[in-house]
Design a protein around this ligand. Structure first.
Ligand SMILES: C[S@@+](CC[C@H](N)C(=O)[O-])C[C@H]1O[C@@H](n2cnc3c(N)ncnc32)[C@H](O)[C@@H]1O
Length: 272
């Protein structure tokens, strides 16, 4: 599908998802490190929603596919999973007969209406400037009684539970991303946006993981920042530190550092 182009900012296109370009060798590991760091929390939230045999699920921005595969096993042969992404080349769903893959752009392509018991995103909407319009289409994709689970970044934990070079670097990296259309405080906006769209039983949790250097959550962050640097989205490292010094910290298992803070918000389409 054709990708809409925006204006040019610092070597990348404004509003364009650029993490799938550049150093192609790093992309699969970035997506898998993300999955290793965040799947346990996501799976427990999906279990909490009661995802079970026969459900129809929409996985939005499916990435490398670990949650698609989990949903596929969980809903079984009577259920179905539709996995969509701008770039499906990293999506591994081998052996899952109940999964349909669609390569599409959430900004311009439509999703099925009124069809799913579950619609899920993780670390997708924050990147896309048209996120609120997309949220409308995710709500519309639910069947009556269906659940929307949004899991998105919110910077609330950085600089609160940590200080020094790590906090300085992660906060500094947000400025060029914001200029590019990223919304680092979208997580906290989601519950009200969901309620305003008529969802009921809306609730949310916010988690700031504190993890060892070199663990998957930190590796995801390190690869992401390397990609930013490689794409002309370099950021100044404040104080006397350097980016090389931060990379050593992020890889050091003796360090305890705040990974990517996440807000997980859920809400249900009324049954009638
Ligand atoms: C940070 S990755 C998250 C992957 C997966 N949700 C996970 O948590 O493991 C963001 C994903 O959103 C997809 N994405 C970004 N912009 C998109 C768009 N406009 N339409 C569809 N997918 C998009 C990317 O291709 C990428 O797979």
């Amino acid at each position: 599908m054709e990708v809409r182009k925006g204006s040019h900012v610092s070597g990348v296109l404004e509003g364009e998802y650029f993490f799938n370009g550049g150093n192609l060798k790093e992309i699969p590991r970035r997506l898998v490190a993300l999955e290793e760091g965040y799947d346990p929390g996501t799976v427990s939230r999906l279990e909490g929603l009661g995802v079970s045999q026969g459900w129809g699920c929409l996985e939005v921005g499916a990435g490398a596919g670990s949650i698609t595969r989990w949903l596929s096993r969980r809903v079984g042969t009577n259920g179905e999973v539709l996995a969509v992404d701008l770039d499906t080349s990293y999506l591994d769903v081998s052996g899952a007969d109940n999964v349909e893959i669609r390569q599409l752009d959430l900004r311009t392509d439509s999703l099925p209406d009124g069809r799913f018991d579950l619609v899920h995103t993780r670390f997708v909407l924050g990147h896309i400037p048209e996120r609120v319009d997309i949220l409308d289409s995710l709500v519309a994709a639910l069947r009556p009684g269906g659940w929307l689970l949004l899991e998105e970044l919110d910077s609330f934990g950085w600089g609160v539970f940590d200080s020094g070079l790590h906090a300085d670097v992660v906060l500094a990296c947000l400025a060029p991303l914001e200029r590019q259309g990223f919304a680092p405080r979208f997580g906290r906006e989601m519950p009200a946006l969901m309620r305003d769209r008529g969802l009921v039983d809306v609730s949310a949790v916010a988690e700031a993981p504190i993890v060892a250097g070199g663990s998957p959550g930190l590796e995801w962050l390190r690869i992401t920042f390397d990609q930013m640097m490689n794409h002309g989205l370099a950021f100044d490292v404040p104080g006397n530190g350097s980016y090389a010094e931060w990379r050593r910290l992020a890889d050091d298992p003796e360090q305890l550092l705040v990974g990517v803070p996440i807000v997980a918000a859920r809400g249900q389409r009324p049954i009638s």
